[in-house]
Write a protein that binds this ligand. Structure first.
Ligand code: DGL
Length: 277
């Protein structure tokens, strides 16, 4: 039998982490969909990018981020990073003792229902693509689908540089996406939380016959379902507070975060989460 939830737990915040800024695309969707939920966001900006790093390293980083959020009293953890979800979801689940949600499953199920032909492209960091995480979830949703994957390691630094609508980025996108377009995909999953910022440019490169799917909104919807099913949803009230933590210099994050979130970053603090030093 499910244990009754203590009422104070329902008003506890949702913890969200990413290697850096990209997870703010997911946080924004969560805050728009669930305005009554307080949030704590950790951007591990000192150690971004996770994409090219070894699986073991990413697991350690993800556990450290989880421990940090648990210390803040969160009632659920969202891994707003495809690389960390692909590499460390079971480890975070085992550690957390609270419900955990990654971005791979929601992103994939949105793509599976959006695709008419079942020919689906997936782009992400090297870590995400080499984990084959998207291939693993395919069978549970759409066994007839064919998935074509492509790592796009230059995209994250281009986004971090602010080159979201730039000739250099367009050329990189044409080169990365050319092979997928040759396969006749009708849906492209943006399996990296930085990539929604490239959506207008990518839409021009792939053309109107390919649908772009990102996991921000589907993750927010999955979180809402999870909170309801676990009896953890906050009672409705005024918009709840958001706190932000970063592991490296906060000033640049503040500037970009305001742009990404469309709201002021009220509480921003630099912290260390590294358990080794
Ligand atoms: N947030 C990461 C992801 O979604 C991309 C940035 C990184 O490589 O750390 O995969």
């Amino acid at each position: 039998m499910k244990q009754a939830v203590d009422g104070t737990v329902r008003t506890a915040p949702i913890g969200v982490f990413d290697s850096g800024l990209g997870g703010l695309t997911v946080l924004r969707a969560i805050r728009e969909r669930l305005p009554g939920e307080a949030t704590v966001y950790l951007g591990d900006t000192a150690r971004v990018p996770y994409g090219p790093k070894a699986a073991e390293t990413i697991r350690r980083y993800a556990i450290e981020a989880t421990d940090f959020l648990l210390d803040k009293g969160v009632k659920a953890v969202v891994i707003a990073c495809n690389t960390a979800t692909a590499r460390a979801l079971p480890d975070v689940e085992a550690r957390a003792g609270v419900p955990v949600l990654g971005v791979v499953e929601p992103g994939w199920s949105a793509a599976a229902s959006a695709s008419g032909t079942g020919r689906i492209g997936v782009i992400g960091t090297r870590g995400t693509i080499s984990s084959r995480a998207y291939n693993r979830v395919i069978h549970s949703h759409r066994p007839d689908a064919q998935v074509f994957e492509q790592a796009c390691p230059l995209f994250v630094p281009l986004v971090e540089e602010g080159w979201t609508d730039d000739e250099v980025t367009r050329l990189a996108a044409e080169r990365y996406l050319g092979p997928l377009l040759k396969q006749g995909i009708d849906t492209l999953v943006l399996a990296c939380t930085h990539y929604p910022l490239l959506k207008p440019l990518l839409a021009r490169v792939v053309g109107e016959n390919v649908r772009l799917i990102d996991s921000a909104e589907s993750t927010a919807a999955a979180l809402e379902r999870l909170l309801v099913s676990e009896d953890l949803a906050s009672p409705s009230g005024p918009p709840a507070a958001a706190r932000y933590y970063v592991t490296d210099e906060a000033a640049r994050f503040d500037l970009l975060a305001r742009r990404l979130l469309g709201e002021e970053v009220e509480h921003l603090e630099m912290v260390s989460v590294d358990s080794t030093g």
